[in-house]
Design a protein around this ligand. Structure first.
Ligand SMILES: Cc1cc2nc3c(=O)[nH]c(=O)nc-3n(C[C@H](O)[C@H](O)[C@H](O)COP(=O)(O)O)c2cc1C
Length: 148
């Protein structure tokens, strides 16, 4: 059997910002690998590389936020998806609102979710975090769609 790694280019995703907060450290990370994984209760799963600061913060916290990016927010996706919160404060120049416990949420997102972590499962070079959605809002219907 031959595997063609280019096949992942035909997998479609949305683009999101995962917001975390531990102590005084707030961080936002661009994430495409998110899916709804239950409808009742509403649950989502996300795959985060073991190398990212976000993984470290998600492991230390029970709550996180997800902001749903709009097509016009590509620059935000790039910034939060190419710089690590280890070397910069990615929350500094963005218009944010505070979620529960001060979680960062992007103000002008197409919508947002606040999630409570229920499980984390090692998955190759990523960790899949499963979570129940405990609060959410819709602010538009123009979510960004992305293929790698
Ligand atoms: C469009 C886009 C989608 C991304 N999707 C993911 C993803 O699903 N999972 C992941 O671990 N990293 C993903 N990344 C990479 C991280 O966002 C990036 O490495 C980030 O700098 C890590 O930040 P942190 O160290 O502050 O957590 C994506 C980057 C971009 C630009």
């Amino acid at each position: 059997m031959m595997m063609d790694p280019r096949v992942t280019k035909n997998l479609t995703h949305g683009v999101y910002l995962v917001g975390t907060k531990v102590g005084e450290k707030r961080n936002l990370m661009t994430l495409a690998w998110l899916m709804q994984s239950s409808s009742s209760p509403l649950m989502i799963s996300l795959a985060v590389s073991v190398r990212h600061l976000t993984t470290e913060l998600l492991r230390k916290s029970n709550l996180f936020s997800v902001s749903i990016l709009r097509p016009a927010q590509k620059n935000i996706a790039k910034k939060c998806g190419t710089i690590s919160g280890r070397t910069a404060d990615k929350t500094a120049s963005l218009a944010l609102e505070d979620g529960p416990e001060g979680l960062p949420i992007l103000k002008d997102a197409a919508g947002w979710l606040v999630c409570r972590k229920t499980a984390e499962v090692p998955c190759g070079d990523h960790i899949v975090f499963m979570a129940e959605v405990i609060d959410s809002a819709v602010q538009g219907d123009d979510a960004m769609v992305y293929r790698s």
